[in-house]
Write a new protein. Structure first.
Length: 126
């Protein structure tokens, strides 16, 4: 019998990005899934450089660099006119910068806060 969430859908049809339900220390997304349901902060609300869920204590269970990377691979293949719909607002970016400082100041052990942000959508490259 294949794993499912609540017995409703097989996991490969609607993989929930929640690693408390499926313990996986490196939070890898299975290669054979058909649909990925993003929980926590969505990748388009994050920097391209890493999954910002790592910087939020309450969202760390949803953090997955492999899921984040696969989403940005799709973004890079999009037509230029559609990419504008995936921009970062100044307000969201300010929030991300604040939470990133909190992660740094608390020395979160995953170290994602050490990544140099090079996302071209940023307003305040650091």
């Amino acid at each position: 019998m294949k794993r499912s969430y609540g017995g409703i859908w097989p996991i490969k049809l609607n993989f929930l990005k929640d690693f408390t339900l499926i313990p996986d220390l490196i939070h890898e997304i299975p290669m054979d899934i058909y649909a990925l349901h993003y929980l926590g902060l969505k990748p388009w609300m994050c920097y391209q450089d890493y999954d910002c869920n790592c910087d939020f204590i309450e969202y760390q269970r949803h953090a997955s660099d492999s899921a984040h990377e696969s989403r940005w691979t799709v973004y890079k293949a999009m037509p230029k006119k559609l990419k504008s719909y995936c921009s970062l607002s100044r307000e969201l970016e300010s929030r991300l910068r604040y939470v990133r400082r909190v992660a740094r100041n608390n020395s979160f052990p995953d170290g994602h806060w050490k990544n140099k942000v090079q996302d071209p959508r940023t307003h305040f490259l650091s």
